[in-house]
Structure formats: structure tokens, C-alpha cells
Design a protein around this ligand. Structure first.
Ligand SMILES: *[C@@H]1O[C@H](CO)[C@@H](O)[C@H](O)[C@H]1NC(C)=O
Ligand SMILES: *[C@@H]1O[C@H](CO)[C@@H](O)[C@H](O)[C@H]1NC(C)=O
Ligand SMILES: *[C@@H]1O[C@H](CO)[C@@H](O)[C@H](O)[C@H]1NC(C)=O
Ligand SMILES: *[C@@H]1O[C@H](CO)[C@@H](O)[C@H](O)[C@H]1NC(C)=O
Ligand SMILES: *[C@@H]1O[C@H](CO)[C@@H](O)[C@H](O)[C@H]1NC(C)=O
Ligand SMILES: *[C@@H]1O[C@H](CO)[C@@H](O)[C@H](O)[C@H]1NC(C)=O
Ligand SMILES: *[C@@H]1O[C@H](CO)[C@@H](O)[C@H](O)[C@H]1NC(C)=O
Ligand SMILES: *[C@@H]1O[C@H](CO)[C@@H](O)[C@H](O)[C@H]1NC(C)=O
Ligand SMILES: *[C@@H]1O[C@H](CO)[C@@H](O)[C@H](O)[C@H]1NC(C)=O
Ligand SMILES: CC(=O)N[C@H]1CO[C@H](CO)[C@@H](O)[C@@H]1O
Length: 496
């Protein structure tokens, strides 16, 4: 039954996909405790994230993403670009190993050739176009070029004078690369990939850009930014940057290439000199961004035209060098616990908000150990909880004390009973919490980002198959009320 419903869920989510703008998520992997690919995918599923971008072509992730319906953009890391841009057979091998071997089980939709190459690795710029063309030729040879697009994410800093948007143009130093690139994107039906960081624009503007304008918050009319040529009012940095890209392309006579935003986000924590990297601002930015994209508003220059956007990023990456903010762009920590609960109520039912429903039943602090033991005995006996994971040698045996064991039994019972508050009482020695009590390989029912349908979870830490430090991936959230409903039914079937 559960399997049937799962299939139904996937079928329906397939139907509702993708002519409209969608939200995806980038998956960076610079974490000391990087979750295993199966845990990453479980988190994606729990959050209904349907689109992701990986910063490499990690084989473990590509396998874990198979048959999930999740659409995946993979990347040629900058470190591999020189090889691929100089040899069509290297490119063909790359496509064969990372795409042909996984498609169609894993729904790969695009290849990002390098990442901000012009600004991050300018000496590879001369081979960038060839790299894109070689990858594309290999896709053509495998008859996959219609399904899988080739592009390269650009930093928005290649656009100069981006306000007013109508006067924006690409840094002319790069025209020799950008003109053939735009021709390539146009002739292959691909899109311009752009990374947009209003956080940095705001930080670098020395007070010229109001914080609210960066955060999509309402501005008084006299504070709105007006394009003096078009008289268009801009209410946020994001739209102005996308329009600047349209104008910059038009300046080179390319008027029909869509834009997709490959990275955007806001850090939730920063150094003393980054006072606006806060939980509240990160929440405002990402919540407003999601609402803006899913509302299909488009931009003033192209109203109603979808600008799908990948949020940077899924996990906080604690190993990232640089200021504190660098480590705090994530929506989740390594345990799959949300860093903040997105404020998405007005956009309908986006499951990221559903983390508020992520509750657990634990032994109350300071409860009398004898009463805990009695409640534990009841749960594992008359309560019919499967307490075998608490046996010696099993994942939840350690720590071997009554509080930990009771917590496991209480939480399992609570979920079995459909999380009704009465199921978490146990004569007053239990209480409901939103903190996931899972530890090590002991996964509690209800745990996000983990496989909670079974207690036999082995969770090896991920040894990435690639050696690239900034390995990353992405997903997308796109939810309908029906999906939420089916998900609830699905869960209740599993737990009843
Ligand atoms: C690579 O390019 C050479 C020379 O243009 C061509 O003969 C060969 O078929 C190409 N190989 C692949 C795998 O595309
Ligand atoms: C991948 O996803 C797209 C959009 O939902 C869909 O049209 C396509 O059929 C999928 N491809 C595969 C191989 O599943
Ligand atoms: C344009 O690009 C060149 C080459 O990277 C760089 O040196 C220059 O500073 C850029 N111009 C501006 C105004 O950013
Ligand atoms: C764009 O097209 C116009 C009209 O055909 C032409 O005059 C102009 O030189 C073109 N600009 C570029 C950058 O190719
Ligand atoms: C969504 O778009 C409609 C019309 O385009 C607009 O009236 C509404 O305010 C938008 N909602 C949000 C939350 O942006
Ligand atoms: C949270 O759980 C309650 C009770 O199970 C349910 O009625 C509600 O719809 C859930 N909220 C969401 C956003 O799914
Ligand atoms: C949970 O794990 C089992 C066994 O490894 C697997 O068959 C199942 O597909 C997993 N479920 C989810 C939702 O990942
Ligand atoms: C968990 O699954 C593995 C492989 O399927 C099996 O060898 C092991 O005995 C199981 N452990 C428990 C506690 O069920
Ligand atoms: C993971 O990598 C570490 C360090 O390279 C190594 O010691 C360990 O054996 C690896 N684990 C697995 C399961 O490959
Ligand atoms: C359905 C649901 O849980 N909605 C919550 C989404 O997040 C906002 C802000 O935290 C809550 O107020 C809603 O209750």
C-alpha cells in the first residue's frame, strides 16, 4: 500500500512539474559531517525538493537520486575544465561516465560547465566555449541533447552598470567569450545561468542599497528604484539584476535567451562586520525569494516569464574557508534540522514549512527514573513498540541508560499513534520537542533527512568519490496541496 501511494506521489509530482518557474537547491558538500547520499535524498524527499544542482557529478549522489523524479543539474568542476576544454575525447568520456551511465534513471537536466569561470578562473576562459561545445557534441552523439542542456553559471559581476538595468552591459573584456557563448546558448536552446547575490550587492553598496530593497521587503514609493530610461519601478535587487542581464544580452543582439538563476541566498550568521547576516534576514530573503519565484511574477522587463532559481544552499558548510557567513548559507544543518523555518504560508503549502510539524516525543528532563522505566516497559510491552533496536549490539543500545531508551520507545509510540499529543504523556514523564533525538546510526521515527520507515539504518559517512572540495548539489521544491495530502496519507499508512 505504501509503495503504491509512493508511486502515485511520484506520478502526480511528475505531472505538476515544470513549465512554470520552480525553486531548486544547491548541494554543497564542504561539511565535516556530510550526510550520506541516501540521507541527502531522504531530506530532499521530505522537503519535496524536486530540483537540485550538484557541484560535481558525485557517483554516490547520482545513484541515490535515481528513480526519485528529482531533476538534477550536474557540474564540471573548474578543476576539470582545462582537460575537458582541450580534448573532445576527455569530454566524451566525462559524459559517458557521468551522464550516459545514469540517465534516464537519474533525471539529469543540465550540465553546468565550470562555475563562475570568467571571474574565478579567468585563465580557463579561453577553453570554456570549447568545453561547452565538446560536452554538447557528446550529448548529441548519445541523442541526449534535447533533454540535457549545457550552460555555465556566471557571476552577476560580469554585468557592469547594472543599475539602471536598461543601461547594463557585459564587461567588454569578456565579449570574445560571451558572444560565442550566447550564440551557443541560443542555437542549442539553452539558458543563461546567473548567480545573483543581493547580499553582496547590499554589503558593497556602502548604504546606497537599502536592506529592505535587497530583502524583497516593501519600500515606500519614494525609496523605490526607478529606471530613468524605462520609468520602470524596481522593488528588489533580484529583479533588477535579472533585467540587467536581459538588457546586457540585448546589447549584444541576443533577445531570446532565458535566464535561470543558479545561485541565490542569504547567510544566517556572520562576523562582527557582517551585522546583516542574521537568521531573520536569511529567512526573509529566502522566504520572499521562493514566494516571488513561485508566484510567476517574472520581472518588470519580462513579466510572467519564469525565472527558476536554485537557492544557495541546502546545508551549512562548516568547512568553507573565509568569514563566518561563508559557512552559514544553508537551510539545514548536517543533521537535516532546519536552520530556520521558512515563512511560506502565503505561498500555499511548501513543505519546507512543514518542519514545524517535525515533532518528537522524548523523556522529560529530570523525570523519576523508576517512572521512566515503568513507562518504557509499558511501551515495549502492551504499547507494542518494536524495541529491538535497543538491544545490545543494535543501533540504539548506546547510550545504555533509561532516559535514552525511554526516549526511543516514547518517540516510536508517538509516531505510531499519528503524533497525537496524548500519545506523548506516559504519566507525565514525556514531552514533545522539535529537536531530533537521533544520534549516530540510531534514527528516530520522524527524523528528517533520514530513512524513518525502518529502524535498521546504516548511515556510513560519505566518502566523496570526487576529490573536489567544493562539491555541491541542488534540489527544487514545488508542492501542491494534493501532494501534501498524499504525503500525510502515506505517512499514516506507514505508521498505523
Ligand atoms: C574529436 O575531434 C576530432 C577532430 O576534430 C574528430 O575526428 C573526432 O571524431 C572527435 N571525437 C569525438 C569523440 O567527438
Ligand atoms: C525529467 O523531468 C522532466 C520534467 O518533469 C520530464 O519531462 C522528463 O520526462 C524527465 N525525464 C526522465 C528521463 O525521467
Ligand atoms: C572587466 O574584466 C576585466 C578582466 O577580468 C577586469 O580586469 C576588469 O576589472 C573588469 N572591469 C570592471 C569594471 O569590473
Ligand atoms: C546588433 O544589431 C545591430 C543592427 O543589426 C547592429 O547595428 C549592431 O552592430 C549589432 N551589435 C552587435 C554587438 O553585434
Ligand atoms: C502574486 O502575483 C499577483 C499578481 O501577479 C500579485 O497580485 C500578488 O501580490 C503576488 N503575491 C505575492 C505573495 O507576491
Ligand atoms: C501538521 O500536522 C497536522 C496534524 O497531523 C496536520 O493537520 C497539518 O496539516 C500538518 N501541517 C502541514 C503543513 O502539513
Ligand atoms: C529506506 O530504506 C530502505 C532499506 O534501505 C529502502 O528500501 C527504502 O527505499 C528507504 N526509504 C526511503 C524513503 O528512502
Ligand atoms: C540491518 O540490515 C543489514 C543488511 O540488510 C543486516 O545485515 C542487519 O542484520 C540488519 N540489522 C538489524 C538490526 O536488523
Ligand atoms: C573514508 O575516508 C577516510 C579518509 O580518507 C578513510 O580512512 C576511510 O577508510 C574511508 N571510509 C570508507 C568507508 O571508505
Ligand atoms: C502549516 C504551518 O506549519 N505553517 C507555519 C509556517 O511557518 C510560519 C512561520 O514560522 C508559522 O507561523 C506557520 O504556522
Amino acid at each position: 500500500m505504501a509503495v503504491l501511494l509512493l508511486l502515485l506521489l511520484l506520478a502526480i509530482s511528475g505531472v505538476t512539474a515544470d513549465e512554470d518557474a520552480y525553486i531548486g537547491v544547491n548541494i554543497g558538500t564542504d561539511l565535516s559531517d556530510m550526510p550520506h547520499p541516501t540521507q541527502v535524498v531522504a531530506l530532499l524527499k521530505a522537503q519535496n525538493i524536486r530540483h537540485v544542482r550538484l557541484y560535481d557529478a558525485d557517483q554516490g549522489m547520482l545513484i541515490a537520486l535515481a528513480k526519485t523524479g528529482i531533476q538534477v543539474m550536474i557540474s564540471v568542476p573548474n578543476e576539470q575544465l582545462l582537460g575537458i576544454g582541450q580534448s573532445n575525447s576527455t569530454a566524451a568520456n566525462w559524459v559517458s561516465k557521468n551522464i550516459v551511465a545514469h540517465y534516464p534513471a537519474t533525471n539529469i537536466t543540465a550540465v553546468c560547465v565550470g562555475s563562475e569561470v570568467l571571474t574565478a578562473l579567468p585563465n580557463a576562459a579561453p577553453v570554456l566555449i570549447n568545453g561547452m561545445k565538446y560536452i554538447h557534441s557528446a550529448l548529441v552523439a548519445s541523442n541526449l541533447d534535447n533533454q540535457i542542456k549545457v550552460s555555465t553559471p556566471l557571476s552577476s559581476s560580469v554585468i557592469l552598470d547594472s543599475f539602471p538595468p536598461s543601461q547594463a552591459f557585459f564587461n567588454r573584456s569578456w565579449n570574445q567569450v560571451l558572444v560565442p557563448m550566447l550564440s551557443f546558448l541560443q542555437s542549442t536552446g539553452s539558458y543563461l545561468m546567473l548567480n545573483i547575490y543581493p547580499y553582496y550587492d547590499y554589503m558593497q553598496s556602502n548604504g546606497v542599497i537599502p536592506l529592505d530593497y535587497a530583502l524583497f521587503k516593501p519600500l515606500p514609493p519614494n525609496k523605490e528604484a526607478v529606471d530613468s530610461n524605462t520609468l520602470v519601478h524596481y522593488t528588489n535587487v533580484f529583479d533588477a539584476t535579472v533585467d540587467a542581464a536581459y538588457f546586457a544580452m540585448a546589447f549584444l543582439n541576443f533577445t531570446n535567451i532565458p535566464v535561470i538563476v543558479t545561485e541565490s541566498g542569504w547567510p544566517s550568521k556572520g562576523d562582527a562586520n557582517e551585522p546583516d547576516a542574521t537568521l531573520d534576514n536569511a529567512n526573509s530573503y529566502n522566504s520572499n525569494l521562493i514566494r516571488h519565484v513561485l508566484n510567476q511574477t517574472g520581472t518588470p522587463k519580462r513579466p510572467g516569464i519564469a525565472v527558476s532559481t536554485y537557492i544557495y544552499e541546502l546545508y551549512n558548510e562548516d568547512l568553507k574557508p573565509g568569514p563566518i557567513s561563508e559557512k552559514n548559507w544553508g537551510l539545514f544543518d548536517a543533521n537535516g534540522d532546519p536552520v530556520y523555518i521558512l515563512r511560506l504560508t502565503e505561498s500555499g503549502s511548501v513543505l519546507a514549512n512543514d518542519t514545524t510539524n517535525q515533532t518528537y516525543c522524548t523523556a522529560r528532563d529530570g523525570a523519576d527514573p523508576k517512572m521512566l522505566q515503568a513507562a518504557l516497559d509499558w511501551a515495549c510491552g502492551p504499547g507494542k513498540v518494536d524495541c529491538s533496536p535497543l538491544l545490545q549490539g543494535q543501533p540504539c543500545y548506546e547510550p545504555d541508560n533509561v532516559i535514552a531508551h525511554a526516549t526511543y520507545a516514547f518517540d516510536t509510540y508517538y509516531h505510531k499513534m499519528g503524533k497525537v499529543p496524548d500519545a506523548c504523556d506516559f504519566n507525565g514523564v514525556a514531552s514533545i520537542t522539535t529537536t531530533d533525538p537521533s544520534h549516530g546510526s540510531c534514527m528516530f521515527p520522524g527524523s528528517l533527512g533520514r530513512n524513518s520507515t525502518t529502524t535498521n539504518i546504516t548511515a556510513p559517512s560519505m566518502n566523496s568519490t570526487t576529490s573536489n572540495a567544493p562539491g555541491r548539489k541542488f534540489y527544487g521544491l514545488r508542492v501542491t496541496g494534493l501532494l501534501v495530502l498524499i504525503k500525510i496519507v502515506l505517512w499514516s499508512v506507514i505508521f498505523l
